[in-house]
Design a binder for this molecule. Structure first.
Ligand SMILES: [Zn+2]
Length: 496
């Protein structure tokens, strides 16, 4: 739920975005009267991106999205279907035009406040020029209609799998991370930005639809198709949106403090994965002891009927492909705890920029390994010693933990290589101080976006001493520093 703020705050990244701002081309003499929102300023184009170091055009300047409503008239796994997106936003500058992030699909119409708007596509930017300029502080509604292409995916050289729409034998799941939401709907597509979503999905008779958040209605249409409505209520980053269609079994459970848990499992897999899914309440309780109260109003695991090799922490409904749950109990639990940890760190505490991914993946790997060791899995220390041995090679090949490039983002350095940084910090400050850092990190930044400098500053504050001299070489240096308490650990020489 979002309240109406009485003050308009500029997003911190807007300063960066200014560096990218396109040149305004204003036509004709126009006078702009003062508005209730502030002094008159000449409308100018919103920036096409936030200036993220790795994905500079992702997200947009000049407005804040307040709510998304997606309406999908879904047909079959590989069949195009009619779709619309209604985006409620508030201008944060006087706007002559603005961008949305949108890739592929067949665009039909764009309206702003119910009036036809002109639009143009430039790569992944959808440039919208409303019939009349928008004043700073104006609330406005953009509606985009299009034919969605549910076969659309993208490839990244650093990722194990293509991402976007992931068709299943009878339906679909979504894998929007990192920048794939724009293939699914027009979006303000950056991990630091979020808004609540309402999903309306119409399915053929006999199929089920599920999305992040709460089912608020299910209505059978005269033609037998079924319209499902889900509301996230809480804001979600576009990369963490989930929507799935299939023949599903819904399994309801109760987590700590009465937390509603609803797992969504393809009918054919329901019996075989139940032995693992029923562990979620205990995993939630264990993570609450590490990090603090679970940040959302519900949770569940969506089992994907797909051979996809990667899971995703989609908010309140983690996607785990069936292979993640059909192996050993140890592996199933590690995969579940990894995505569950992200609900605190990565989802609730959002990434400020993509270069901060180590904070999300390092933490998920850290708690996944800590949990696993305590529940019959491999030694955490042995895994960290092995990561330490390879750390300079990873540093050389894929960048220091907090210094990835766009083409080597999802590499081991962001996973075990970044869990190792947290392991080193714990060795440096001691277990009790480390746990206070972690709990304070979540408590201070839950529901907010936070980055590497925020973590270094908070760790220093909690530890009562400046830790930047310790952490900076670990996070940015050319070579991996000594591991505190383990003078015998060695780093292998780098192979060119
Ligand atoms: Zn992860």
């Amino acid at each position: 739920m979002t309240g109406r703020p009485s003050v308009h705050r500029r997003r911190p990244l807007l300063a960066l975005a200014a560096a990218l701002a396109v040149t305004a081309t204003l036509t004709g003499p126009v006078s702009y009267a003062a508005t209730p929102h502030g002094p008159a300023t000449r409308p100018s184009p919103g920036a096409p991106g936030l200036g993220d170091p790795l994905f500079p055009l992702d997200g947009n300047g000049g407005y804040t999205v307040r709510h998304y409503t997606l309406d999908f008239d879904w047909q079959a796994p590989a069949t195009p279907f009619e779709a619309s997106a209604t985006i409620e936003a508030r201008a944060t500058q006087s706007l002559s035009r603005f961008d949305l992030d949108f890739a592929g699909n067949t665009l039909h119409t764009v309206t702003v406040n119910g009036r036809a708007a002109s639009f143009a596509r430039d790569g992944d930017e959808l440039v919208v020029t409303p019939a009349a300029p928008l004043d700073d502080g104006d609330d406005f509604t953009v509606r985009v209609t299009y034919t969605a292409d549910p076969t659309q995916t993208r490839h990244r050289d650093d990722a194990i799998e293509d991402y976007g729409w992931i068709p299943t034998p009878d339906g679909t799941v979504l894998y929007p991370q990192p920048d794939g939401a724009k293939m699914i709907f027009p979006a303000d597509d950056h991990p630091s930005l979020r808004a609540p979503f309402t999903f309306h999905v119409t399915t053929p008779p006999g199929l089920d639809a599920v999305a992040g958040g709460r089912l608020t209605s299910r209505t059978e249409q005269p033609d037998g198709r079924v319209r499902w409505t889900y509301d996230t209520q809480q804001p979600v980053a576009t990369q963490l949106v989930q929507l799935a269609i299939g023949h599903f079994t819904f399994v309801d459970r109760t987590g700590p403090h009465g937390l509603p848990i609803r797992d969504v499992v393809p009918d054919t897999l329901a019996a075989s994965v139940e032995q693992y899914l029923r562990l979620t309440p205990d995993q939630l309780a264990w993570l609450e002891r590490q990090l603090g109260p679970f940040p959302f109003d519900r949770y569940g695991v969506l089992v994907g009927d797909t051979d996809l090799g990667v899971a995703l922490e989609t908010q309140t409904l983690s996607l785990l492909p069936k292979g993640d749950l059909l192996g050993t109990q140890v592996d199933a639990e590690k995969n579940m705890v990894h995505e569950l940890t992200h609900q605190w760190l990565g989802d609730s505490v959002a990434l400020r920029t993509w270069s901060d991914l180590w904070l999300s993946e390092g933490h998920a790997r850290y708690y996944e390994r800590l949990y696993s060791e305590a529940h019959g899995g491999d030694s955490f220390e042995a895994a960290m010693k092995e990561a330490y041995r390879q750390h300079d090679q990873w540093r050389h090949d894929t960048g220091a933990p907090a210094e990835p490039t766009e083409s080597n983002l999802f590499k081991k350095m962001r996973y075990d290589g970044s869990a190792l940084v947290l392991y080193a910090l714990r060795a440096e400050v001691g277990d009790a101080t480390f746990q206070r850092i972690e709990q304070q990190w979540f408590a201070r930044y839950r529901g907010k976006a936070a980055g590497t400098q925020d973590y270094v500053a908070l760790a220093s504050e909690v530890a009562g001493r400046d830790l930047s001299g310790f952490l900076r070489p670990w996070l940015y240096g050319a070579h991996t520093p000594p591991m505190p308490g383990h003078p015998d650990w060695v780093v292998d020489p780098v192979q060119e």
